[in-house]
Design a protein around this ligand. Sequence first.
Ligand code: IFM
Length: 495
Amino acid sequence: MTAVTRSSSASTSPQGLTFPTGFRWGAATAAYQIEGSTTVDGRGPSIWDTFVTQPGAIAGGHTGEQACDHFRRYPDDVRLMAELGLPCYRFSIAWPRVQPDGRTTSSAGLAFYDRLVDQLLDHGIEPIATLYHWDLPQALEDAGGWPARDTALRFADYAQTVHQVLGDRVVDWTTVNEPFCSAYFGYGTGIHAPGIRDEAAALRAAHHLLLAHGLGTRALRAAASGDLRVGIVFNFGSILIARDEPEYREAARKVDGLQNRLFLDPVLGAGYPQDVLDDIAHLEALEPAIRSDDLDVIAAPIDQIGINFYGPSRYAPTGDPGERGTCDMPGVRGVDTLPPQGPLTGFGWEQDSDSLTDLLLAVSERTDLPLVVAENGAAFADEVSGDRVHDAERTRYLAEHIRAVHRALQRGADVRGYLVWSLMDNFEWAMGFTQRFGIVHVDFATQRRRIKDSGLMFSEVARSNMLPASVASPDDGYRRRPLVDPDRWGLIALG
Ligand code: IFM
């Protein structure tokens, strides 16, 4: 285990907000969203290659077949990161490139990541490897997918295989990205691959993704002889309710349970929360899937927790339909989703950087593990003007959220890094190419890259380790919102 030392703390000066020495800045991507070349060098199909062919599954019928053509253009993309002065790059490894059938290793597939890591290191960029960012080999889905226990065992083998090749150069590993999305969207609502709608399957998938994390962590530790930093990345929910009344608190408790505590508690060794097990008992899904030492495996010691944050969500007890939606997390009954408020991103997501500070503080109160903001960003409809993209809204969004991280640091949260989502515009899952999150613009017809204004701002922040006062004034009037239910760790605030 590598100890990460904090050699200074966050400070404020007339020039801006300075981050602790060694704070890790970087950008994040995921394999299926950028690589393309989905059949090259024997890569097998993933559940996303299959899902995108289903009529109506993806906006515009888009696919990741070409995406950003990063598989072929990675040397240029790494040069671009170097030009931006990014010290770290978080990428994911496509399991079906490494094990096309989920079992047999392809040295040609692994060689791509070998080249990528060398290219990053040659440019002084630290690689952060994510083993699973949603692209399960189709062969493993055919054998039962994440609702089947064997998929977690396969993952451990895959983790060990990748580490054998990259472990001499990659220190920083994420096992699983956002198990909530893989489980609930993939097997519950079916809006993501493999497109299954089965609440019980979604809960079994959640357990096996956590088991895969634990087994993968053990496999990485067993394989490593040198420095190793292992973590998991969650997309916790910042839950806002309008009233401090019992029915509202109860609605929020259910959501907090299924989105936050069900994932974090077992990883921290506290097992699954009993109130959540009670909520979902009628599905007879999770508890029957748990074998005797699973919870010990899931609680395998880790070095950090990644947090992906985009914006808060609003919930209420079921009421008059109006503009409300139904909360469709597995097993949840009696909870409505409410429309977002205030300034929205181009995707229609609520912008509220205070929620990021609140969330980092809430998680910090629950664990001493270092935190990393592993993804944060916003989609807006960018317009190209010549060589430039003036994305003022994204620039402001990023500056506000970087400031939110600084506030959390000043209030004692142990946050070690901030990775922007995303390095470049890419395939945004069910939304295809309609949502642009990049700090680098991609013209998908020509594959031309253009650094956006947000990229220039982020570059300055990464180089100086400071958010300049010209971008965000230090005094922003933040007040921590009280947790509505302090007995539970999750962020349920009045808003
Ligand atoms: O694009 C995704 C990413 O793959 C996972 N986290 C959220 C991002 C934006 O939706």
